[in-house]
Design a protein around this ligand. Structure first.
Ligand code: SF4
Ligand code: SF4
Length: 604
């Protein structure tokens, strides 16, 4: 038997991927997004190393498309999964809601990774609330090992009730490492066999009502499904007055804290594996058995809301547990100690002020932002989700709403201002984000003749989440050659006449092109600049060497600080004592853009 007695230290996301491959998953799709980005590459690594011919793995253009591809494999009978971060579920929410009604055939998992904190997201939203809204069962792992186990559990649940199942890890589970005993990789062997049934798979509103009734009936049964029933973690403590109900990573913290505070035999501790639908018998039992119940869960009070007894239950909705931020161990310890009436030595750690995040040395986005500021110094700059959001440090990003909104917000400003008072409006959007959600707003802007300039920051990769390929890259997740989509042709296909591909490292040339586009946009509507230069983190050693220019600061530098404050390359270091700027050669990539930044020509 392969992998017998083998152990491995796995990241939570790798454990989820392992679980998919140990349980015969035949289709895995995703759009990258922290904290979920490592799941799909780990699945792809298993496909390569184990030769899993029957497993299709792919990045999709966005989460909605990823969902629909994997869901469809499921209705053809295959076990399948889609992975995304929690805000990605907003994008996939349309098929998610509908898929719950239609149901599935092969087991279908929606892995939606939440980011309490948030560490790298726009919101702290709780995917479990989406599951409640869609009427989809959700499993909430406390560790990498449990995440792996919940993949198998989720497939069984999904197939038993023909329903999509959500697995909802949080950042602390996704990015924790745990030593796991490996189980055998099990290649899926199901042949796709779509059984036509338009009454179900293409149901009209009349039949949807029936499907909704069936969904309700499924949920009733799932609320008593033995495999996902809550666990009593300290059964020897009997029926004390107080009980704590935990879910997700809060369980791991609470177990340790209960031991440290000597509460293991004084307060009952229950772990909820399936926060929705909460098991009916469990709800009745704990409400009868205990007089005070504390619920610890992230990020909203999903379990607490279902317990629905404000006189007995404390949690986020009652105000006893913070509604925002992560439930860190020191916070949980204070809450548990207060609940149990014991002393705690937990001290709240003051957050250490971190270094302000900034674009990398040599990053082409910095050069683009510098040119935009020069070409339109009094402009409004709408932007988007990606590492280029850091352009706000350069005062070149005024708005960031959600994926793709740079272009629609630019159009919104353009339509809001009168012709006489309208400032120049420049939208910046990354290449991957443009493919994800930028195309519909660009078409809309064209139709409405919005006088805007759109700069597509084309660094040939999805940089912020780990340099995944984009549809323009021509390489898939396995490193195999695939078709690629030409961004300029795509832009022209959206009806844009004025589309230029420019090199942001040529500052003067780019400024000239931007000025022309701004004038033209007043007449014919949106103009597009594709600012193309590869991400410095994606350059080979040879490419780095080829682009390297030896840069130095002359003695004419008077230390005015303009280059540091307006360009902010980390390799430019202000020496206040000697009133000059120096170049940190350990950081400098030799891109040479700073040469055109110093107004006095002191960088050569
Ligand atoms: S290099 Fe130029 S811009 Fe930078 S501090 Fe010196 S004089 Fe000022
Ligand atoms: S050449 Fe200038 S802009 Fe480029 S990395 Fe070096 S210091 Fe920064």
């Amino acid at each position: 038997m392969r992998n017998k007695n083998k152990r491995s230290l796995l990241l939570g996301n790798e454990a989820l991927a392992r679980g998919l491959c140990e349980n015969g998953c035949q289709m895995a799709t995703a759009y990258p997004g922290t904290p979920a980005s490592e799941i799909l590459p780990a699945v792809a690594a298993h496909k390569r190393s184990e030769g899993l011919e029957s497993l299709h793995v792919q990045w999709a253009i966005n989460e909605k498309v990823a969902f629909e591809i994997a869901y469809t494999a499921s209705i053809a009978g295959l076990r399948s999964a889609v992975a995304m971060k929690q805000v990605g579920l907003n994008v996939a929410s349309d098929p998610f809601m509908s898929g719950a009604y239609l149901g599935v055939k092969g087991g279908f998992l929606v892995i939606s990774a939440d980011d309490p904190g948030p560490h790298s997201s726009q919101t702290e939203q709780d995917s479990r609330l989406y599951a409640m809204s869609a009427k989809v069962p959700v499993l909430d792992p406390d560790s990498p090992e449990q995440a792996r186990e919940m993949v198998g559990m989720g497939f069984r649940l999904s197939e038993s009730f023909e329903i999509p199942v959500m697995v909802r890890p949080t950042t602390r589970v996704c990015h924790a490492r745990q030593d796991l005993a490996l189980k055998e990789i099990s290649p899926g062997k199901v042949e796709a066999n779509f059984e036509k049934n338009p009454g179900r798979w293409a149901a009209t509103p009349k039949f949807r009502l029936q499907l909704h009734k069936e969904l309700e009936a499924k949920l009733g049964e799932i609320a008593s499904w033995a495999e996902t029933a809550p666990l009593r973690l300290n059964p020897d403590s009997g029926s004390p007055e107080r009980a704590i109900v935990v879910s997700g990573v809060s369980c791991a913290h609470a177990r340790d804290i209960m031991t440290d505070l000597g509460l293991t035999d004084k307060v009952a501790l229950y772990q909820v594996l399936q926060p929705y639908p909460l098991h009916t018998a469990f709800m009745t039992d704990i409400l009868e058995r205990h007089t005070e119940i504390l619920v610890l869960e992230e990020t909203r009070g999903v379990i607490e809301m279902q317990l629905a007894r404000r006189d007995k239950v404390r949690g986020k909705e009652s105000g006893h547990v913070p509604q925002t931020g992560e439930l860190l161990p020191e916070i949980i310890e204070t809450i548990i100690a207060d609940f149990a009436g014991v002393n705690s030595s937990a001290c709240m750690l003051e957050p250490v002020p971190g270094r302000r995040p900034t674009l990398c040395p040599g990053c082409p986005h910095r050069a683009s932002f510098f040119a935009i500021k020069k070409a339109a110094p009094r402009g409004i700059y709408t932007s988007d989700i990606g590492c280029y959001t850091l352009g706000m440090n350069l005062m070149a990003v005024d708005t960031v709403l959600c994926m793709g909104a740079a272009i629609s917000q630019a159009a919104g400003f353009a339509h809001a201002y009168s012709d006489e008072k309208r400032p120049p409006i420049v939208a910046t959007i990354g290449d991957s984000t443009f493919f994800h959600a930028g195309i519909p707003p660009l078409i809309d802007a064209k139709v409405q003749r919005a006088p805007i300039v759109v700069v597509i920051l084309d660094n040939r990769t999805t940089a912020m989440t780990g340099n995944q390929p984009t549809p323009a890259t021509g390489v898939d997740i396995l490193g195999c050659e695939v078709n690629s989509v030409d961004i300029e042709m795509l832009v022209r296909g959206c009806g844009i006449n004025h589309c230029r591909t420019v090199d942001p490292m040529d500052t003067k040339g780019f400024i000239k092109e931007l000025k022309e586009a701004m004038l033209l946009s007043k007449i014919e509507g949106p103009c597009v600049m594709i600012s193309r230069s590869p991400c410095v983190l994606n350059l080979s050693r040879q490419e780095q060497a080829d682009q390297y220019k030896k840069i130095r600061v002359t003695d004419d530098c008077d230390g005015c600080g303009y280059c540091v404050s307006h360009f902010e390359c980390p390799a430019l270091v202000l020496d206040s004592e000697n009133q000059r700027v120096d170049i940190d050669v350990s950081l400098c990539t030799g891109c040479g853009v700073c040469v055109s930044v110093c107004p006095k020509g002191s960088i050569v």
